[in-house]
Write a protein that binds this ligand. Structure first.
Ligand code: ADP
Length: 266
């Protein structure tokens, strides 16, 4: 089913969580970025358009400003992201330039989605970047996001971006193959839910455990992201981003995942 969704989609949003982009020590893993850049370049050649939503600014900042890593103060956290965002984009730029692709950075806040003139500008920028063959890379603008206006997790930001751009498909890459009946990190007998068409029903059947150390949203925000995208006819896939060439494996039907498919698309 996921292979079919990818084959049919022309406009795809790919969201990468911090856990997917970092190594065991919490540092950005250039090899992973390179692998995804290669796969995105190949999809682009097939006529698809890709928008990336990338976490990892804090993780990238921690490698550079180690002494700020332990600070709890919000100003230091925001400052850490300001440093890390540059590192993160530099890593993506190095990855994509090998495949002849430029990238464009878009830093957004929750507030931006509430103003029609801003959403129009955001839309126009995405369309213009893509028309020029540039890959837009979106992240939350942590420097201006204080708690009250924070989107808070990039799953939600990815869903809002997919809706804004009228995407066909949203793929949320995590460190897990999809939604399970319960947290597989705690319960080995947890079963993968492969297809969801009724989100309310599914919520009743699964138990949501806590997210990982680097993750902020957890599986609950991924379900909510799919729920947001549903009324717009956008399907959402939750997939493991650390499997070998995960995007290609999904497109070839060789990797399992969870697909949320709105009823009229099933
Ligand atoms: P990311 O940073 O990639 O967005 P998160 O750490 O925020 O990822 O969320 C994914 C994690 O949520 C999984 O690694 C898993 O341990 C946890 N989790 C809790 N309950 C479930 C569940 N029912 N199904 C799948 N994962 C779950």
């Amino acid at each position: 089913m996921v292979a079919q969704l990818i084959a049919q989609a022309r406009k795809i949003v790919l969201k990468f969580g911090s856990n997917t982009l970092t190594d065991g020590e919490g540092k950005i893993n250039p090899g992973i970025l390179d692998e995804f850049a290669a796969q995105i370049a190949s999809l682009t050649k097939d006529g698809k358009q890709i928008v990336v939503v990338s976490s990892g600014a804090q993780a990238a900042g921690r490698s550079t400003m180690g002494k700020w890593a332990q600070k709890k103060n919000i100003h230091y956290k925001q400052a850490l992201c300001a440093v890390g965002q540059v590192e993160l984009m530099a890593a993506w730029r190095r990855a994509f330039e090998k495949y002849g692709l430029h990238i464009g950075q878009m830093l957004l806040t929750q507030d931006d989605f509430g103003y029609p003139n801003r959403t129009l500008n955001m839309r126009n920028t995405i369309f213009t970047l893509l028309d020029g063959g540039v890959v837009p890379i979106i992240n939350e603008n942590d420097t201006v996001s204080v708690e009250e206006i924070k989107i808070g997790d990039n799953d939600t930001l990815a869903a809002q971006s997919a809706i804004l751009w009228s995407a066909d498909l949203l793929i949320l890459f995590s460190d897990i193959d999809g939604l399970y009946t319960k947290n597989p990190k705690e319960f080995p007998d947890a079963e993968l839910v492969e297809e969801v068409s009724d989100i309310e029903e599914t919520r009743k059947k699964v138990t949501i455990g806590s997210p990982n150390s680097l993750g902020t949203g957890g599986i609950a925000t991924k379900i909510s992201a799919a729920e947001k995208a549903f009324p717009y006819g956008i399907s959402t896939v939750i997939a493991h981003g650390s499997r070998p060439r995960a995007l290609e494996a999904l497109a070839a039907g060789k990797q399992q995942a969870t697909a949320f498919i709105p009823e009229d698309k099933g």
